[in-house]
Design a protein around this ligand. Sequence first.
Ligand code: SAM
Length: 270
Amino acid sequence: MTVHDELEKFYTTQCDEASRLGSSLKGRLELARVRELLCRYLPEPPASVADIGGGPGIHAQWLQADGYQVELLDPVARHVEQATAAGLNAVLGDARTLPWESEQFDAAFLAGPMYHLVDASDRRTALREAVRVTKYGGFVAVVAINRSANLIGSSVANNLLARRNVVTEILRDGFSAGNDRLAQATYHTVAQLRSELMGAGLRAVSVHGLTGPGGWLTVMIDSHYNGLPLPDSLREPDPLHTALECARLADRHPDMVQASSLLFGIGQRD
Ligand SMILES: C[S@@+](CC[C@H](N)C(=O)[O-])C[C@H]1O[C@@H](n2cnc3c(N)ncnc32)[C@H](O)[C@@H]1O
């Protein structure tokens, strides 16, 4: 099975990416924080944004509604069809060989390729491509998954004992062939993500905690309540607001990035 076949199968039969960010508390936190962090760095609309690995276009839709000119690329046919049906410009393709001109965009966003490309050389190629299509001074932003996410997430969900071998491999290698949670995924340390972004020639690199320490509250609620009625203490105040405030407070303290399951890395083309 090729890399793309595996992704196609995962996103067609196992994961409904079109509903992921709206159907769980953790997904809603991720959506809100991507929006918050991207908007902190993007130039004003109508700047152009390449959404590389944009899936069905959940982020591309709010970007386009805000006035950005968005081009989306994804290797999964279902995603490209869904994005096109949502009124986006979307093409089938791979982050390692972008179909666009050099310096075509004001910014590039990769939420997918950094964790789905398991070989470091492939991630290097994808980052170089993202840098190539971005104008000088423009931003390249990525989402990666923290190496510790499976250890902490499995403990919070209380299934660490069943997943112990997979978690042990991920902590050691950043990858596990037995990982059934996500198709071919790699997990970054914070230092590794920073080094990969700097290695692609980006300057002023920052790594933010995307979901922040309060993201674990959303994981706990999603995994233990999953549609069940919540006790009062988990309804008021809204746990999404708690998690968002936690991520914002932690953002002021760079060491706290280690406590976030998702990482948001960004740098500027030199
Ligand atoms: C979890 S989804 C995220 C979708 C969207 N970016 C978001 O954040 O909501 C990961 C996406 O990365 C895409 N992807 C994986 N490998 C890729 C590659 N080599 N080039 C481009 N996209 C890729 C997948 O097809 C999938 O749509």
